[in-house]
Design a protein around this ligand. Sequence first.
Ligand code: GDP
Length: 296
Amino acid sequence: MFESLSERLSGTINRIRGRGRLTESNITEALREVRIALLEADVALPVVQALIQRVKVRAVGQEVMKSLTPGQALIKVVRDELTNVMGAQASDLNLNVPAPAVILMAGLQGAGKTTTVGKLAKHLKEKRKKKVMVVSADVYRPAAIEQLKTLAGQTGALFFPSESTQKPVDIVRAAIDDAKKSFADVLIVDTAGRLAIDAEMMAEIKALHAAVTPVETLFVVDSMTGQDAAVTAKAFSDALPLTGVVLTKTDGDARGGAALSVRYITGKPIKFMGIGEKPDGLDVFHPDRVASRILD
Ligand code: GDP
């Protein structure tokens, strides 16, 4: 991910890097190129506008114009603001509630929810020494329940079985009881996704949210979906009190726009990024490192 964006930006960056002097018109020209590169990388328009505006205000100020190396100073401002738009700091899962801490997964079908449940189970077990139980409330796709069962086996998580004849709310209530009896620290709830946002699906996940009062409600979004990622993010964040985002498939050739848009659109931190299909294909999302990858 980000290859095409960093390629586009590297020309601009190299042109300004060594400059001993920058005029307002040089800056305006450079920022125009940055703006085009961001739009071409599928960053949502309001995000591009806000970002460029913030860079511009700082760029024509003392920090850049009076700097001994103004080119470098401008690059630093762009880097800072790219980092800020993605959330400034890495943000961990909050498990600070009486056990079991419930994590609810939301997102469209194919976004990578079930795969991410397996990855999170592994992460919580290995990095935070938690006993994890997983459950699927996807009663529309029996294959999804089986997929989760397999992942639980691979990652050493407890698996709470569910049937496609049950009601999602009943499944998750029973899973919470079982998690308590099994002394699980965390219960991760996988949910059904549709190919597009629809009212029925949103009503169901809202009901699930009300039934389990999760400490984390994670929106899982496919970074390959470009501009659509911003649209989906807005719909889910309007419907649910999200606590964070997982950006999947960043190992693919996505142009990077989703990473730069989704935090701004939802106001919620990107907590993890998917970097492969396997259970270990998950990284904590570090906005500063991602910004460096975009600019270097
Ligand atoms: P769900 O419908 O949201 O539960 O999506 P799945 O978990 O079934 O994932 C859909 C597809 O995306 C599967 O083929 C996964 O292997 C793949 N996938 C999920 N996350 C990643 C990722 O981070 N990288 C890659 N390359 N593939 C992923």
